[in-house]
Design a protein around this ligand. Sequence first.
Ligand SMILES: [Zn+2]
Length: 323
Amino acid sequence: LKSRLIPLVLAATASLLSTVGQAQPIPGVRSDKEAMRTHMMNARAIAGWDLYAHYVHRCILDQTYRQTISRGFQTRNTIEPVKVMDNLYWLGAADVSAWALDTGAGIVLFDTMDRPDDVTTILIPQLRKVGLDPADIKYVVITHGHADHYGGADYIRQTYNARLLASPEDWAFMASQSSPYVPKRDMDIVDGQVWTVGNVTMTFYLTPGHTPGTVSTVFKTTDNGVPHTVGFFGGMGTPSSAADKNTLIQSAKRFEGIVKAAGADVQIANHMTQDQAIPKLEEIRYRHPTDPNPYVIGNEAFLRYLQVQEECTRVALAQQGQK
Ligand SMILES: [Zn+2]
């Protein structure tokens, strides 16, 4: 299973390389090439083969090829929705994901894609396709204040009377943006908050760096009745300033401790490049009930996943001549 991810990444990389071209040098920047090498090799070793695709994306595609290959890979292409766990459904497209959590007392939706049109043409049909009723959306958790996560939120509030949740830091960050789809401030999420809806209890953590108040979440779930724990780091893309990069590294380190303590073994993300959703969803579509669930990566791999993120953020610091 793990080795099957590698040819997919290599094939995607090779086909994009041939059409998009080489990395762009950053004008006026003196990269620390030795530090880049050290942290790349660290990440490579930590990743091993099971997280190789994660290493490729975080350390190479998201750094050297962010505006070229990485952007080309994450474009608006259709991906069919999939029931991933007994109460958890993947929604979205190739550029951005959303998740529906069926609590037994309504749906908690994590993220809303770019704009109201995405809700009507993608998310609502996808919810119906997996057997959920969009009218059951009770809450929307905005994982972080970037437009591709909040764009449909206000439409969902108006249409389904749903409540919106985000951190105070990211409510303020969203309010500072000029997008017509910035949602009105509603409910606040605070660090360490324990929140129960129906039969699901979520714990929220503020893990800043990607944005000032990125929200990460941990909750228990089941897969064919077998208990598991989900960890959802709310935003990973490398920020531009050195201070924000260092904050992101600290947040990833902190989440490592949280994931370890919670025994989280299911890693999900809000972009398909951050949880390898494309191969995993495809495998689930053809899965026999006794096959392993590809989203269950195990607690030890989850910790390494976050360590790879830390090392690749250090690659970015070195590449951009930041200390
Ligand atoms: Zn973002």
